[in-house]
Design a protein around this ligand. Structure first.
Ligand code: ZN
Length: 331
């Protein structure tokens, strides 16, 4: 996941459904605007607000009474392998310097990270935009050599779902899944939206394609079932969170840069509370961000802390989704 500040999220996403809702609420003779005024949400009707909010909501809590082996907390480590896709490819604004940062991800950072995970015997899930894998397919072999890790899908070229029509969005996700399966030999069962946002069509596409789980939204710290327009979907959400993402705080040219060792302390505090509450700790990192030498130190420190605490279940996202489904009687 990498943030995109150019998206005006709620109002843009809500507009098609809001227009639909208004149209259905009006009598034939009523005088009403053809679309709700996005600039004046304080004038929206009760229905318009509720329809906007209820597009995708959290349903039942799927946090199990305990995790496998009686563990108190599940630890899920995500790596979004964006590489060149977020350095120009997703927007078409390509430039050689930024693209070189993308190749660093595949060439140096991903092998460094996988070596650490394998040495520590800690499983992880690697979410790929298909083009990241097509440009450096050797990444699949590096990830797959231990048999510990999962490869999942993170779009075609890190496209912004909210800017696409539903047909295009569905086509790109289908071809992304096909391309990843062709390279890895395994069909991904997990979906993470590029830039962590859904269009009004995204969840329907995810349901139609039969994904086991979704991991882009932020309604909770615990796993839960997604509800779409008031209907339980059977899709497990493994929620993410901006304070559990390395990209914003590790951008040396951004406005919120933090020392990696200070970031590690944020992660440790998040983990400790998850441990106390008996829930889930899901951390999203990016090889091209966290795979630098000074940052691997932060990841090593986090793993040392988690292992010293004990009573932990390290799992891929797929393993966690299957477990919570089974415990909740969803299969
Ligand atoms: Zn991403």
């Amino acid at each position: 996941m990498t943030p995109n500040r150019s998206i005006r999220r709620a109002t843009i996403v809500a507009l098609p459904l809001l227009a639909l809702s208004l149209a259905s609420c009006q009598s034939p003779t009523a005088q009403a605007p053809s679309t709700p005024n996005a600039a004046e949400p304080w004038n929206w009707s009760e229905d318009v607000v509720r329809v906007a909010v209820n597009q995708v909501r959290a349903g039942r809590d799927l946090n199990p009474a305990s995790w496998p082996g009686g563990a108190r907390v599940a630890v899920l480590l995500s790596y979004d392998v964006d590489n060149e896709t977020v350095y120009g490819l997703r927007t078409g604004d390509v430039s050689i310097g930024p693209l070189s940062q993308g190749q660093y991800g595949a060439r140096v950072a991903l092998p460094r990270i996988v070596t650490l995970m394998d040495d520590e015997q800690v499983p992880a899930t690697f979410f790929f935009p298909a083009w990241s894998l097509k440009l450096a397919p050797e990444q699949a072999g590096v990830i797959q050599r231990s048999g510990l890790h999962e490869i999942a899908v993170h779009g075609w070229i890190h496209e912004l779902n909210t800017t696409l029509d539903g047909v295009t969005e569905a086509r790109l996700l289908q071809q992304a899944v096909d391309a990843i399966e062709e390279i890895t030999g395994e069909r991904p069962v997990g979906y993470r939206a590029p830039s962590w946002n859904h269009s009004p069509n995204t969840l329907r596409i995810v349901r139609n394609m039969g994904f086991l789980y979704e991991s882009s939204l932020m309604h909770d710290d615990r796993p839960y079932e997604l509800v779409q327009d008031g209907e339980a979907t059977g899709v497990v959400e493994l929620p993410v969170q901006w304070i559990l993402d390395d990209a914003p705080l590790f951008n040396p040219r951004g406005s919120s840069y933090m020392n990696p060792r200070d970031v590690m302390q944020v992660w440790i505090d998040e983990f400790d509370k998850a441990w106390e509450e008996g829930t889930m700790f899901l951390l999203t990192m990016h090889p091209h961000v966290s795979g630098h030498r000074s940052r691997i130190v932060a990841l090593e420190g986090l793993l040392d802390h988690i292992k010293a605490k004990g009573d932990v279940w390290f799992a891929t996202h797929e393993e966690a989704a299957r477990y919570v489904r089974e415990q909740a009687g969803m299969d």
